[in-house]
Ligand binder design. Structure first.
Ligand code: SAM
Length: 328
């Protein structure tokens, strides 16, 4: 089961590569930023190294890129940009130059730390995932000077066990084992520094109890912070079959379980799991986000990239994903 969960990273990464190849990502605003100017090249370089190191993983990525459906690209665009903007807003909301740390739990092949660390020199970033994913990511990051320089690594060989620079940590960890998580993050972070915890499509693969323990324990560790979480929700009305279809498809095709998809089946219920530690929460479906936050020029730009005639389908899909912000 862990292996099936770990492999979901290749889906996330292929979706991103597909959205980059079709020019959905980066968004127009990021494209104008110096620190994001090499966003496409960095992702393509990562995909190329993945090809050299794991043909099987690359095969999955390539397959997804070839199919490249507009619906999928829209979904990836909204998700990625919403997360990026929330990170940006959190950091910009702190006193100028204030220290800040990001814990990316279940980071997979996410590369956004590279651009954000360039943009914010005071930012420290901690990436955690299963051992196998971390080893592969470390190998790839190690294989290219562009990654090494941007992450603050010197030339020469680095240990894959302990991939740590002054500002970046990539560490293996099973998020279900809370003692291990706490030990690692206590070693690499400061409880007094404002902390952004990111779980992007991660909590949905965890069982109820360990995911709740993770949320409660990590939030309790830091003085102040924001938890940013993106996930699917099953849908709560009796006629809504989105969640049950998604669950049975994943079980059949991948032996993959989404244990809490129907438990936290609405935005309100999803936000409740953060309530005991949070001073405030804000949650929106991605459809709400797309409608309210995507400016008309950007919607126009997206329209020009690929023809999308399934707007009702886009609404259904985006209404079943949420972005939560919990502050404490
Ligand atoms: C769908 S991928 C998302 C990756 C990344 N967050 C992103 O959005 O691009 C889910 C990731 O969560 C990781 N993950 C899920 N459960 C985990 C656990 N118990 N311990 C460590 N990593 C976990 C998987 O290995 C995988 O890399």
């Amino acid at each position: 089961m862990d292996r099936a969960v770990q492999q979901t990273d290749y889906d996330a990464f292929s979706c991103k590569i597909s959205a980059i190849a079709k020019k959905y990502l980066p968004c127009q605003k990021q494209l104008e930023l110096r620190e994001f100017s090499d966003y496409p090249e960095l992702h393509m370089a990562y995909a190329q190294s993945l090809k050299n190191l794991s043909r099987r993983a690359y095969g999955k990525v390539q397959k997804a890129v070839q199919s490249s459906m507009p619906l999928m690209n829209y979904g990836t665009y909204v998700r990625t940009v919403a997360v990026d903007i929330a990170i940006e807003q959190y950091i910009n909301g702190l006193p100028k130059g204030s220290k800040v740390q990001v814990l990316n739990l279940g980071c997979g092949s996410d590369l956004r730390m590279i651009n954000f660390m360039s943009r914010y020199p005071q930012l420290r970033w901690i990436d955690l995932d299963f051992r196998e994913s971390v080893h592969l990511k470390a190998k790839i990051l190690n294989s290219d000077d562009r990654f090494r320089q941007r992450l603050g690594f010197p030339a020469g060989d680095l240990s894959e066990e302990d991939y740590v620079s002054g500002r970046y940590v990539l560490h293996s960890c099973n998020l279900n084992l809370i003692e291990d998580v706490l030990e690692i993050i206590q070693e690499h972070t400061d409880p007094d520094v404002p902390t952004l915890v990111l779980t992007e499509c991660v909590l949905c693969y965890m069982k109820f109890k360990p995911s709740q323990v993770l949320i409660d324990e990590v939030m309790s560790l830091y003085q102040t912070g924001m938890w940013l979480s993106y996930d699917p929700i099953g849908g709560e009305t009796s006629t809504d079959r989105f969640g049950s279809i998604m669950q049975s498809n994943l079980r059949e095709s991948r032996q993959l379980d989404l244990p809490t998809l129907m438990v936290f089946n609405s935005a309100t219920k999803y936000a409740q799991r953060f309530k005991s530690n949070a001073t405030s929460t804000d949650i929106r479906t991605m459809w709400q986000y797309y409608q309210t936050e995507t400016i008309p020029q950007e919607k126009q730009r997206l329209k020009s990239l690929q023809f999308l005639d399934e707007i009702e389908e886009l609404e259904i899909i985006l209404s079943h994903y949420v972005l939560l912000k919990a502050f404490w």
